[in-house]
Write a protein that binds this ligand. Structure first.
Ligand code: ADP
Ligand code: ZN
Length: 292
């Protein structure tokens, strides 16, 4: 069975066709410009293709409340032109199939739980560290939503004693995103992340803050696996640094084999690599079909 999938990002849109077995058959990506232009490209990609449902994982904030008049909208985004844009409505205009809709990070968490690094587990946390920081959680087999949806990228972190960087979040300054997202790295060090690969100080500081957030998430959500993706996490040397910091921060408090015997298989890169979000959108489509 074929499912249409959209990973709607603030920087780029990825569209694809996936199957209920987790294969991605086709995949294209294009920059996110205006809704008119971008949605025309989406429509052109899917036009004439066969699929039973569609799933969309979107940048946010988004309205996921089915009883709301703005369900399916990208709401208060600072991204020019996209504020209060009816994303689900825009695809429904062209395609008469069930549509599943959630945040990009919730989709990625779902994809990883279904076919990726957390396959077979009923719980995981997916965190992206890219243009922003966001996280999606699968808890007891279901995506965590609550009042809005979690915005775990904006939690507070304890400042490193030698760090005087003001932070780069427009809302909170030195929240997690403001300290570790790609644009914060660039602002702090004056160069883009990929040009700083050999600057160990950069990654030690990244790991210092990221590990604090993982401690918070381990203690609040108790995920069975933590998956770290996004552009910044392409710096694979971050993984051992983060694991070491998490171990030190937890300080023996959580007595579970996952933590005490090896964070190597607990804090991991995405099993689906760059397809986590798109595969997750396929799962959202499959679930929308089941609910119909
Ligand atoms: P988005 O979050 O927009 O979906 P990405 O996850 O690719 O996109 O994140 C983009 C951010 O990650 C940019 O700020 C970029 O500088 C940073 N980034 C991308 N690749 C790397 C890399 N190899 N090393 C460090 N930082 C990177
Ligand atoms: Zn913030």
């Amino acid at each position: 069975m074929q499912i249409a999938a959209i990973e709607a990002g603030g920087t780029k849109f990825v569209c694809g066709i996936g199957t209920d077995k987790g294969e991605i058959l086709e995949r294209v990506s294009f920059p996110t410009t205006t809704p008119e232009e971008t949605m025309a490209q989406v429509e052109a990609f899917f036009r004439g293709k066969s699929f039973a449902a569609m799933g969309i994982g979107s940048f946010g904030p988004v309205d996921l409340d089915r009883t709301s008049s703005t369900y399916g909208y990208v709401t208060t985004t600072p991204k020019p032109y996209w504020n209060q844009f009816d994303l689900v409505g825009a695809v429904r205009k062209h395609f008469d199939v069930p549509v599943g809709f959630d945040t990009d990070v919730n989709a990625a968490a779902l994809g990883e739980a279904e076919w990726g690094a957390a396959k077979g587990l009923d719980s995981c946390l997916y965190i992206t560290i890219g243009t922003g920081v966001g996280a999606g959680a699968v808890v007891e087999g279901k995506l965590l939503h609550g009042m809005l949806h979690p915005e775990m990228g904006h939690i507070l972190v304890k400042r490193h004693p030698e760090d005087s960087f003001a932070g780069f979040c427009p809302y909170h300054g030195d929240c997690l995103e403001g300290m570790v997202a790609g644009p914060a790295v660039e602002k702090r060090w004056g160069r883009k992340g990929h040009e700083l690969e050999h600057e160990s100080k950069v990654w030690e500081l990244e790991a210092y803050y990221i590990a604090q957030s993982l401690m918070t998430f381990i203690l609040t959500l108790s995920p069975k696996k933590i998956i770290l993706g996004g552009g910044v996490m392409k710096q694979r040397q971050l993984f051992p640094l983060i694991r070491q910091n998490v171990k030190e921060l937890l300080n023996g408090y959580v007595q579970k084999a996952e933590i005490s015997e090896g964070l190597d298989t607990y804090i991991v890169p995405p099993g689906l690599e760059d397809n986590a979000g798109l595969s997750g959108a396929v799962v959202l489509g499959l679930r929308a079909l089941e609910q119909k």
